[in-house]
Design a protein around this ligand. Structure first.
Ligand SMILES: C[C@H](O)[C@H](O)[C@@H](O)C(=O)CO
Ligand SMILES: [Mn+2]
Length: 414
């Protein structure tokens, strides 16, 4: 224990905050780290083409992972720089197999190297069907396509993905989130939104029909406001999935980049949590649009963490990340993003919650304001440094040197 932490612990104690309790709570929070930051959302199917679906990684920084082995090596490094034990969020098109099955042919065996890798490291795995980067998604319509043959293809992909996710959850003895995001939408104004939404609803019902053990699988659906090429209408809008998740009692995924830029996603948590049992977050940083920048320790992230803690939602919210920046070191992007999420959670856990809530209940908004502002001066950095030291990961300039050294090692990749 450092002298700086000793002083910080006393400073927080004077405000009625127990830093040891905050550190213990933070240790228990697993972040689901998205595999797709490591290779610019390329995946490992043997085909060429871009991701499509209205999402785009831009940049050409050296060091992109080209194979599952390279991606796992990068993840091993990234996890070694992140305090605590976390999860990996895998997309279906990151299969690791000598076979090259089409999406409607994927099986659990195509993913077992990932499961073995995760088991060896004590990591959990989450999963996502991949409804983009495929010829049958070129119309930007998949589960809501008017052609029943195309819908059936994607329903089969979705069913297989759920089956794979459930087997992953069983193998690792940890419920695997299977998050469904489809890019479906229209570039220009459609004339029959209802028909498209009815088709999506029916396809989801067909996909979700097979029952799985909730101890192994947690189904989630992710809404979106708009994407590139689907500016006029997104079939799976927020209202659509909010209703669907509530009706079917499955998890709702809120992606911080999937709303109007002036909306606060933090504000939505408590509202949504009253009718939805389980939440999934895609923590991201939109800039003008769903640009998926690396998350910063900014007001949006601090507000999100505070809502999770103050609304008591940590127990029923899975925290995942969703960004992909190809202009910087991909491993540094992961490490910075996860650590920022953790720092935001720590800052929230270090707030004098009971005191602030009492002030608000008593309509003492002056006290609420003063306490909120004054505690910003407390030495949260020393508590974070202690957390890193206890988990034996570097911080500060040592972290920067370590990230640079790894980036230099992978820069020579073609
Ligand atoms: C690759 C992910 O599935 C994707 O980013 C999705 O979650 C999303 O947010 C699309 O905009
Ligand atoms: Mn997302």
């Amino acid at each position: 224990m450092t002298k700086a932490y000793d002083l910080a612990r006393d400073a927080y104690a004077a405000w009625g905050v127990d830093t040891e309790a905050a550190l213990a709570a933070l240790s228990a929070i697993a972040i689901s780290v998205h595999c797709w930051q490591g290779d610019d959302v390329g995946g490992f199917e043997r085909k060429s083409g871009t991701s499509g679906g209205g999402i785009q990684a831009t940049g050409n920084h050296p060091g992109r992972a080209r194979t599952p082995d390279e991606l796992r090596a990068d993840l091993d490094f990234a996890f070694s720089q992140i305090p605590g034990r976390h999860r990996l969020n895998l997309h279906a098109f990151y299969l690791d197999s000598a076979d090259n099955p089409d999406r409607d042919q994927i099986e659990y065996r195509h993913f077992t190297p990932w499961v073995d890798w995760a088991r060896d490291r004590g990591l959990g795995l989450d999963f996502n069907p991949t409804f983009f980067a495929h010829a049958k998604a070129d119309d930007n319509l998949t589960l809501s396509h008017p052609d029943p043959g195309i819908r059936d293809f994607w329903i089969e992909h979705g069913r297989r993905s759920r089956d794979i996710a459930a087997r992953i959850g069983a193998a690792l003895d940890s419920p695997c989130v299977n998050n469904i995001w489809v890019p479906d939408g229209y570039k220009d104004t459609p004339v029959d939104r209802m028909a498209a939404r009815q088709r999506l609803w029916a396809s989801l019902d067909a996909m979700l029909a097979p029952a799985h053990d909730p101890a192994h699988l947690l189904d989630a659906v992710e809404s979106k406001l708009f994407g590139i090429g689907v500016e006029a209408c997104t079939v799976g809008s927020h209202e659509f999935y909010m209703g669907y998740a509530a009706r079917r009692d499955i998890a709702l995924c809120l992606d911080m980049g999937h709303f109007h830029p002036t909306e606060s996603v933090a504000d939505k948590l408590s509202a949504v949590a009253l009718s939805i049992s389980n939440l999934l977050l895609h923590v991201s940083r939109p800039m003008r649009w769903d640009s998926d920048h690396v998350v910063l320790l900014n007001d949006d992230l601090l507000a999100m963490a505070q809502e999770l803690v103050f609304a008591g939602l940590l127990g029923r919210t899975r925290i995942g990340l969703d960004f992909f920046d190809a202009t910087i070191s991909r491993t540094a992007a992961w490490v910075t993003g996860v650590r920022n999420m953790q720092k935001a959670l720590l800052r929230a856990l270090l707030l004098p919650q009971a005191h602030l809530k009492t002030a608000e209940e008593q309509l003492d908004f002056t006290a609420r304001l003063l306490w909120t502002e004054e505690v910003k001066d407390l030495p949260h950095g020393a508590v974070w440094a202690e957390f890193c030291a206890r988990h034996e990961v570097p911080a500060g300039t040592a972290l920067i040197s370590s990230l640079n050294a790894y980036q230099q090692k992978v820069a020579a990749r073609g």
